[in-house]
Design a protein around this ligand. Structure first.
Ligand code: FAD
Ligand code: NAG
Ligand code: NAG
Ligand code: NAG
Ligand code: NAG
Ligand code: NAG
Ligand code: NAG
Ligand code: NAG
Ligand code: NAG
Ligand code: NAG
Length: 536
């Protein structure tokens, strides 16, 4: 049996023509398509030992479309630690986008919070569909340069086909109407000189644009989970509440070879799934999960693994190294009028920074206003807020990931990103933050100001405001960058192409094992990465 070449599969599952997109009849609001449920099983119902052509670890943003594509001709098992979106209805609506992240984490929530060693918090998906079920929905393609510099040979025709494969589905919608905050941002970005106005386009272009969204016009989320619907259900088996503990290798030949995995169901029972001869294990557990599983399975730095008493299957010094997270810096404001929750719909793009934001409705107890307008001023119970933030693309600062437990995969690993430690990242942050100041000064932003008791109009910041002298005082902006740095949730790395995997995403030094997800990226694609994960 000759298995399909996963690189082309990767590509097939990703990109579409600008020209074609403009005329493409985008999905109008429609219900979520749960057809894939026919192939979904509670892991407790699977036999303790089974065999497949491919085993995909992680039913996330990359794993779902990859499994669907492979199932056309091969038997595929997807193992996902989380549950199904139906059981977590907040993952299917725009209002749930904010509430998911405010939920206390009891080990089963779809948005698993984690905090980097430097104290920056972010999230990762723990549900079928992965982080595409908890994200801000913006759908945009990668810049051409991404493909040229990724260390992978991409057949651009296949890339085009793969993006189109995704965009043909109801997963991607074209916003018919911009939310209040998004439309103000769109105009303010242009006023502040982020030109030209590129209107609506899925392409990555310098200037300001509106892009697609996985939220439809009625605010329903269509995450990567719906790409499973393009699979062949006869060949596709999806196990949920299936936590992979480690990859199993055969080490009786000169080169170790992945032969299967061990996973645990919700009753704590262990299962083995094996791959048939010439089959493969594909690791798509995301930028935190994939390096973690390689380390737990004995593929990693030799002395590090030995110090944890993990038997070394293959010494690989770069697993868990080169962990990147794009610094996010910006401000939040409280609206003087009621607004709505909005996902990301527009972005300003320069070479040094990207600018976007979301709006939400929050209880007044969760805000941190730095001042009061009047001594007796009190807010309404629910407030509308908006964020405006810059992302530093392609950060040069990086860090690493290491285990919190050498046996328990549920112990989330430690990770340090060393945000802004490279002076060039800091310089680009300063430029982006100064642009945010200019955006706040535009006419389009004026309606978001409050009148104080002297009649002065000013913003009511929720949290930090920009330094008053942001234009003239470079070190004040540097200090702002350092003290307010956050995550835009596009962390990546840990299993880089040319360091851990080769140009076909095969783990070097090991047979029958590939890594296909955000952990292989040196740089995140486009302003926001999910479209390119799906193309993978
Ligand atoms: C809050 C937030 C907002 C974002 N906003 C946007 C946006 O607007 N636009 C955009 O393009 N991108 C956005 N992103 C980024 C984007 O969603 C991610 O980069 C992308 O989804 C990552 O895809 P992945 O396939 O690498 O990993 P994931 O989608 O995270 O998939 C990994 C999967 O593996 C599973 N898994 C992990 N370990 C195991 C294990 N041991 N056993 C079994 N299963 C396991 C996980 O449960 C998960 O389902 C956002 C991300 C977040 C968190
Ligand atoms: C499945 O097999 C057919 C026939 O050989 C081939 O044309 C097609 O590309 C294959 N699909 C995948 C995803 O490998
Ligand atoms: C999976 O099945 C087990 C055993 O029947 C049950 O205890 C558990 O609640 C099920 N989990 C889900 C999410 O349905
Ligand atoms: C090699 O390993 C495989 C898988 O573990 C096993 O089936 C096979 O019998 C082994 N061969 C030898 C010669 O030990
Ligand atoms: C708050 O105080 C100001 C000045 O003291 C007064 O004019 C105003 O009516 C008060 N507002 C409320 C809501 O009590
Ligand atoms: C929050 O809302 C409640 C109820 O309207 C109000 O009593 C309280 O003063 C508000 N808090 C603030 C900080 O404005
Ligand atoms: C505030 O929001 C909560 C949650 O959406 C809602 O239940 C409540 O009715 C709202 N309160 C007011 C005064 O609008
Ligand atoms: C992980 O590490 C943290 C901090 O070092 C520790 O407090 C926590 O108990 C660890 N968790 C597990 C499950 O090992
Ligand atoms: C507004 O009035 C207050 C109280 O009179 C005063 O302290 C403050 O300096 C004034 N602010 C401006 C910007 O004029
Ligand atoms: C610039 O800002 C820094 C840090 O906030 C401050 O210490 C310094 O005095 C400022 N310089 C000038 C010229 O105001």
């Amino acid at each position: 049996m000759a298995l399909a070449d996963p690189l082309s599969l990767l590509v097939l599952t990703l990109l579409s023509f600008h020209s074609q997109l403009e005329i493409l009849a985008f999905a109008t609001s429609s219900d979520n398509d749960f057809s894939y449920m026919k192939s979904v099983h509670n892991a407790t119902d699977l036999r303790l030992e089974e065999e497949y052509d491919y085993i995909v670890i992680g039913g996330g943003t990359a794993g779902c479309p990859l499994a669907a594509t492979l199932s056309e001709n091969y038997s595929v098992l997807v193992l996902e630690r989380g549950g199904v979106p139906m059981a977590q209805p907040a993952t299917l609506t725009l209002s749930g986008f904010i509430s998911n992240m405010r939920q206390a984490d009891d080990g089963t929530t779809p948005a698993q919070g984690f905090t980097s060693e430097e104290g920056v918090s972010t999230f990762r998906g723990r549900i079928l569909g992965g982080s595409s079920m908890i994200n801000a929905g913006f759908y945009t393609r990668a810049e051409d340069e991404f493909f040229l510099k990724s260390g992978v040979y991409w057949d651009m025709n296949l890339v085009e086909k793969a993006y189109r494969w995704v965009e043909e589905t109801r997963v991607v919608s074209r916003p018919t109407k911009l939310a209040v905050w998004q439309s103000a941002l769109n105009r303010a970005l242009l006023e502040a000189g982020l030109v030209p106005d590129n209107g609506f386009t899925l392409k990555h272009k310098i200037g300001t644009k509106v892009s697609g969204s996985i939220f439809d016009q009625k605010g329903k989320r269509h995450g990567a989970v719906e790409l499973l619907n393009r699979g062949n259900f006869k060949n596709l088996r999806i196990a949920v509440h299936a936590t992979v503990d480690r990859i199993v290798f055969s080490t009786n030949s000169s080169k170790p070879s992945a032969i299967g995995v061990i996973y645990t169901d919700s009753n704590g029972k262990r299962h083995r799934a094996l791959v048939r001869p010439k089959g493969e294990v594909i690791l798509s557990a995301g930028a935190i999960g994939s390096p973690q599983l390689l380390l737990l399975s004995g593929v990693g730095p030799r002395s590090y693994l030995s110090s944890l008493q993990i038997p070394v299957v293959y010494p690989q010094p770069d697993v868990g190294k080169f962990m990147f997270d794009n610094p996010r810096n910006g401000i939040g404001i409280i609206f003087p009028f009621p607004g709505e929750i909005s996902p990301v719909q527009t972005v300003g793009i320069t070479k040094d920074y990207y600018i976007q934001g979301v709006s939400s409705i929050l209880p007044n107890s969760s805000i941190r206003p730095p001042f009061r307008l009047f001594p007796n001023f009190s807010f309404p119970a629910n407030l509308s807020t908006g964020t405006l933030a810059e992302k530093t693309p392609g950060p040069l600062s990086w860090g690493s990931l290491w285990l919190n437990s050498s046996v328990d995969v549920k112990a989330s690993p430690h990770v340090r990103f060393n945000y802004l430690s490279n002076p060039i990242d800091l310089y680009r942050c300063v430029r982006g933050v100064r642009k945010i100041g200019e955006i706040l000064d535009t006419n389009s932003m004026d309606r978001f100001k409050y009148k104080d008791y002297n009649g002065t109009r000013r913003f009511f910041f929720n949290g930090a405001s920009l330094p008053m002298d942001y234009q003239s005082n470079y070190s004040a902006v540097e200090a702002f960058c350092r003290s307010t740095v956050g995550s835009i949730h596009h962390y990546h790395g840990g299993c880089l192409v040319r360091k851990v995997v080769d140009g076909d995403f095969r783990v070097m030094g090991v047979d029958s094992l590939r890594v296909v997800d955000g952990s292989t990226f040196t740089r995140t694609p486009g302003t926001n990465p999910q479209a390119t994960h799906e193309l993978e």
